[in-house]
Ligand binder design. Structure first.
Ligand SMILES: Cc1cc2nc3c(=O)[nH]c(=O)nc-3n(C[C@H](O)[C@H](O)[C@H](O)COP(=O)(O)OP(=O)(O)OC[C@H]3O[C@@H](n4cnc5c(N)ncnc54)[C@H](O)[C@@H]3O)c2cc1C
Length: 388
């Protein structure tokens, strides 16, 4: 069966890998002209995530390139340490830069056809397949189409309707870009927070560079998602007058080789498939970056979708229904994990900011510190994966 996957980030290549292993023939279309580098550090936690990566033969490569991050320090405007967050709370079992992970997964799909710099423009389904037209490539016919094209999924818009019906903003925006490690951070990061705003920087790639990260609370913003300059202006305006290293980081934004800007959102849908079209990863059940589960969910979802399709002998009705039955509660639990963290992360009032700072100071000492890390891992592990 010929299966078209839209999106070559995490979910797309992971699915291509498993489809090939089950004897299907995947093609991946990606809007970017090449594999997209950049992005933040993502982590995997618990045996459910790790076992899929191990089975794919990519865990060792991921471990080789892991960040080895240490503690994250909360600082005041003078850079003085207020509190230190231990690494085990936020780095999971293995942490890696998103771009490095995407490359490792892509390399694991050797032999798969990739159409870069292209995008689906229409899908017309009949009894035996889907006629697909593209911005560049000639029209082609596929048995099935999978949308693994993220929070703002094109396939979802074409097959299910307007994004606003499914995307729920959590009231925060995030921006991240690569910059020089001018603070000389050693496998660590610093975070400065004022009411409604948080700015941080952490070292990456063996301290040779750093990632600047910004979070801010805001009602939904109107902007062009393809206009990076406009997004940079929004960020500069929002963080104007914020102290600590903020002016220096905003200055460096102009030269950044990468820039990611988006709302922190979740995707909620009643059904993830329609006819011969199915959604995977953020496109179907984005849990938000604050859940710490996005990449794990994408990889586990790819394993289950390909496995259920194979188990159903390629019958998409059965395969898609079983994929959803296996994944829905799990995705819901991961989404719950992301709920609420938004408010804690960037407190809106001075009082809440103070409360959170007190809380951060105590975290290394409180007995329930281990409990917090354990409860996140428990959610990550709350699926029993079949052997397909
Ligand atoms: C460059 C980049 C940087 C990121 N950085 C961060 C970050 O710093 N913080 C954060 O919280 N999350 C970030 N993310 C999102 C994060 O990677 C996902 O939440 C998570 O990994 C789930 O992966 P996914 O494959 O489902 O979706 P995504 O990682 O979002 O991947 C979707 C893919 O689909 C492609 N695509 C989009 N539209 C089309 C189209 N019309 N046709 C073909 N392809 C299309 C995109 O270019 C992308 O490669 C980033 C994503 C990308 C692509």
């Amino acid at each position: 069966m010929d299966i078209l996957i839209s999106g070559a980030s995490i979910a797309g290549p992971a699915l291509a890998y498993w489809l090939r292993r089950h004897g299907f023939n995947p093609t991946v279309v990606e809007r970017a002209p090449s594999l997209r580098a950049g992005g933040y550090a993502v982590d995997f936690r618990g045996e459910a995530h790790l076992s899929v990566l191990r089975d794919m033969g990519v865990l060792a490569a991921i471990e080789r390139e892991q960040t080895h991050m240490g503690a994250m320090m909360y600082v005041n405007s003078a850079g003085k340490k207020l509190a230190s967050m231990p690494a085990d709370l936020f780095s999971g079992d293995v942490e890696i830069l998103r771009g490095d992970l995407a490359r490792i997964l892509y390399e694991a799909t050797g032999g798969t056809e990739y159409l870069f710099d292209d995008s689906i423009t229409s899908m017309t389904e009949d009894a035996s397949g889907v006629e697909v037209t593209f911005e560049r490539a000639a029209p082609r016919r596929f048995d099935l189409v999978v949308g693994a094209d993220g929070l703002h999924s094109n396939v979802r818009a074409l097959a299910f309707g307007q994004e606003s019906r499914f995307v729920r903003e959590l009231g925060l925006y995030t921006a991240i870009f690569t910059t020089a490690n001018h603070l000389g951070l050693d496998h660590s990061g610093k975070v400065y927070s004022t009411p409604g705003k948080l700015v941080g920087v952490y070292s990456a790639r063996g301290n040779t560079e750093a990632k600047a990260i910004f979070h801010f609370g805001s009602p939904p913003l109107l902007y062009d998602r393809r206009d990076v300059e406009q997004q940079k202006k929004i960020l500069a305006k929002t963080f104007a007058g914020v102290g600590w290293e903020t002016p220096r980081l905003l200055d460096a934004m102009g030269d950044a080789p990468d820039f990611y800007f988006d709302s922190i959102s979740q995707v909620h849908m009643d059904s993830w498939s329609r006819g011969r079209v199915v959604l995977l990863g953020d496109a179907a059940y984005c849990a938000s970056p604050l859940s710490g589960m996005g990449t794990g969910l994408a990889v586990v979802g790819a394993y289950v979708l390909a496995g259920e399709l194979a188990a159903a002998g390629g019958d998409h009705r059965t395969g898609f229904a079983r994929y959803e039955a296996e994944m829905r509660d799990y995705a819901g639990r991961c989404q719950k994990q992301g709920d609420g963290v938004a408010k804690l992360m960037v407190p809106e009032s001075r009082f809440m900011a103070w409360v959170m700072n007190q809380n951060y100071k105590l975290i290394p000492y409180v007995p329930w510190k281990g409990l917090m890390a354990r409860s996140v891992r428990k959610v990550a592990n709350s699926i029993s994966l079949k052997s397909y």
